[in-house]
Design a protein around this ligand. Structure first.
Ligand code: NAI
Length: 398
């Protein structure tokens, strides 16, 4: 079977296993040549480990100097009559192969991170493979739904709060700029987003680990967040997602107090805006991403998830005696994104950007390439005309 990229709006409906392997290998090669993580953790749990920041964190911690063993939780689908399966499914498989070849443990748990069942599987894996304790938990889930437990769901909405906001999205299927008016969220949507993307589930995970005596002395936990510059605040920080992130920041303070019993710490790390499966979904954010990629590449400060995560662990979380934080106790991985010279250029580009010039003014090519790469497409080294053996792929287990 030949696998072609199938894109519906901003969602990829197909993935190329060989390209996913290449993406994992490229990230491993990067961290092996980067500033290494010193005194890093050895036993790590990553919630949301199969793509974006979570996968990058897993690769950095295993191959970027810490030599960590990892348990990765993700929600992905394998090959079936419906299709070849998701990119994250193959990322799990190929990451594990590479980790095992390097003598590292890599346990993949594919299921709903909100569920009790997955919590139990994780505790059992910590008992079996980590001698009962974990040194670091990365919370990197991005999703739209969380089960309430009674057959009902909380659903997150990406909307402004209070007033309608206009913004553009770029449809990756048609490559067209689409102007949108986003109506303000209802109270139910605000509440749903808080439940799905706020700090409650992170706190519940850490409580579960504490209650099962699975937390090592000196334990750390980090959840990933976004803040962004003022131009993005109407759709992000002042909207439903931003409210959930502020809740996550507050949770980091509560958890930090709780973890002092273990000489431990909890942080929210504010990351850079990047093209991931989750972020292309945020209406109004794409023009900003195009302008940001263009500017940071020009200025030589552009990073992808893997550079962000390697820098987080090597120079912030484990790099020095004290973890550098801002006045709100946040780790700022968006420090380069928010530099005044970057934002001045981004604002200038956004002022001029419209439906007819966004491909010239912004880094549309880089944006599109990054999106294709997430799904295993667009790599020169992969022969996409060569048929893929689905039977053989079906036998690979995460
Ligand atoms: P992503 O979509 O690439 O990764 C999400 C991960 O969560 C995947 O491993 C997926 O399998 C897993 N997942 C989703 N639902 C799950 C469930 N019910 N059970 C188990 N696993 C589940 O997303 P990305 O962009 O890496 O986002 C991760 C975090 O980083 C989010 O909190 C996001 O807000 C934050 N962030 C993202 C930025 C961006 O520009 N992409 C910027 C700053 C922060």
């Amino acid at each position: 079977m030949i696998i072609e990229p199938i894109i519906s709006g901003v969602v990829a409906k197909s993935a190329h296993p060989e390209g996913c392997k290449k993406a994992v290998d490229d990230q491993i090669a990067y961290v092996k040549s980067a500033n290494p993580i010193k005194n890093g953790p050895k036993r790590v749990l990553i919630l949301g480990a199969s793509s974006g920041f979570g996968l990058a964190a897993r690769i950095a911690l295993t191959f970027g100097g810490a030599d960590a063993d990892t348990i990765g939780v993700s929600f992905e689908r394998g090959p079936s009559e419906k299709g070849v399966g998701s990119a994250g499914w193959y990322n799990n498989i190929y990451f594990k192969q590479r980790a095992n070849q390097a003598g590292r443990r890599a346990i993949n748990i594919v299921g709903d991170a909100f569920s009790q069942d997955v919590r139990e599987q994780v505790i059992e894996a910590i008992e079996t493979y980590f001698e009962g304790e974990v040194d670091l938990v990365i919370y990197s889930l991005a999703t739209g739904v969380r089960p309430k437990g009674d057959g009902e769901f909380w659903r997150s909405a990406i909307k402004p709060i209070g007033e309608a906001v206009s913004g553009a999205s770029i449809n990756l299927e048609t490559q067209q700029w689409e102007n949108k008016l986003l109506e303000p969220a209802t109270d139910e949507e605000i509440e749903g987003t808080l439940k799905v993307m706020g700090g409650e589930d992170w706190e519940s995970w850490i409580d579960t680990l504490v209650n099962s005596d699975s937390v090592a002395n000196g334990f750390k936990t980090v959840a990933l967040s976004y803040v962004g510059p003022e131009i993005t605040h109407p759709i992000y920080l002042d909207g439903t997602l931003g409210r959930a992130k502020v809740d996550l920041h507050q949770t980091s303070h509560a958890l930090n107090l709780e973890l002092s019993n273990f000489d431990g710490n909890a942080y929210a790390a504010v990351c850079k805006a990047l093209v991931t499966k989750a972020s292309v979904f945020i209406p109004g954010l794409t023009p900003y991403l195009l302008a940001l990629y263009q500017t940071m590449k020009e200025q030589g400060t552009h990073e992808e998830c893997i550079q962000q995560m390697q820098r987080l662990f090597s120079s912030k979380l484990y790099g020095s005696e004290t973890v550098p934080v801002d006045g709100e106790r946040l780790i700022r991985m968006d420090d380069w994104e928010l530099q005044p010279e970057v934002q001045a250029k981004v604002t200038m580009l956004l002022d001029q950007m419209n439906e007819s010039n966004f491909k010239q003014l912004g880094d549309f090519e880089g944006f599109q390439q990054a999106f294709l790469n997430l799904n295993g497409f667009g790599f020169d080294e992969v022969d996409y005309s060569s048929p893929v053996d689905i039977e053989a792929l079906s036998r690979l287990k995460p």
